[in-house]
Write a protein that binds this ligand. Sequence first.
Ligand SMILES: Nc1ncnc2c1ncn2[C@@H]1O[C@H](COP(=O)(O)OP(=O)(O)O)[C@@H](O)[C@H]1O
Ligand SMILES: NC(=O)OP(=O)(O)O
Length: 316
Amino acid sequence: MSKLAVIAIGGNSLIKDKDHQTVEEQYNAICGTAKHIADIIEKGYEVVVTHGNGPQVGFILRRSEIASETEGIHSVPLVSCGADTQGAIGYQIQQALNNEFAKRDIHKKAVTVVTQVEVDKEDKAFSNPSKPIGSFYTKEQADELKQEHLDWNLVEDAGRGFRRVVPSPIPKEIIEKDVIDKLTDSGYTVVAVGGGGIPVIKDDNNQLRGIDAVIDKDYASSLLASQLKADLLIISTGVKKVCINFGKPDEEALDKLSVEEIKNLREEGHFAPGSMLPKINATLNFLENGGKKAIITSPENLKEAVAGKDGTHIYR
Ligand SMILES: Nc1ncnc2c1ncn2[C@@H]1O[C@H](COP(=O)(O)OP(=O)(O)O)[C@@H](O)[C@H]1O
Ligand SMILES: NC(=O)OP(=O)(O)O
């Protein structure tokens, strides 16, 4: 039986830099990533692809806010902006993968599952927004925006500038997990829990209802990988390897670590909240829930990383 890898693609890693964030440029980045995912499939893995949406969901929300200043145009709730990104990014990944499969004569089909993820309506994240979305701003721009939009929260994001933050509750249950499991078992390459999944809560009548938030896709991917009993969780992001002293003159890249070693480095504060810290926590959740191995690397290093020659490897 083939091994199962869940590959989580970061929303920021789909956008090279601020001059390359159009839909076409994002599709080009996805086509590049699709080649690397196809390499892994050719190595004999079944793959489930998950993806982030931090930049994209923020862009859609902002467009909606600006457009709704025009009479007759309604605004779009954040939860629907997240659902929109699942369709738009899922479509691009699905198309890029199917084109790549056709080129290589891989007899597979990629399919996207619109995925709802249940969260706790009492999650304290709802009163403590922490998930960075949308554009990066300078300190001056951030100060101006705070005065202009009194309901906005902006924080410094891992030395890259200021960003708006929204609530990011912990994912509890993947509503469509059985469908994802069945499709994967049948040989489809499934794209799922896009943007961490569409956040939903159960109301008093046990009915699902969307709630405004953005779930961290690394936590949702880790939950999915555990529930599918995946052999490998791969987090594909903007860096080849996780580092200690990141961005400092004594920065050092990490190759291979145990759960205990990475926990110690986490305690020492080497991983920035809102960027690398959730990835580390998500890999630890996977490894502590039965997973054996997790890799953090960049899209262009996926093949080498799976072959054990690159990336940061964390073992149970
Ligand atoms: N210790 C660290 N090692 C490597 N990268 C780090 C570290 N701390 C913060 N980062 C930053 O975190 C980024 C990944 O987070 P982010 O861009 O939010 O992820 P995503 O790819 O999921 O959108 C890296 O590209 C890097 O800039
Ligand atoms: N939803 C989410 O975690 O997106 P990013 O990976 O883009 O931050």
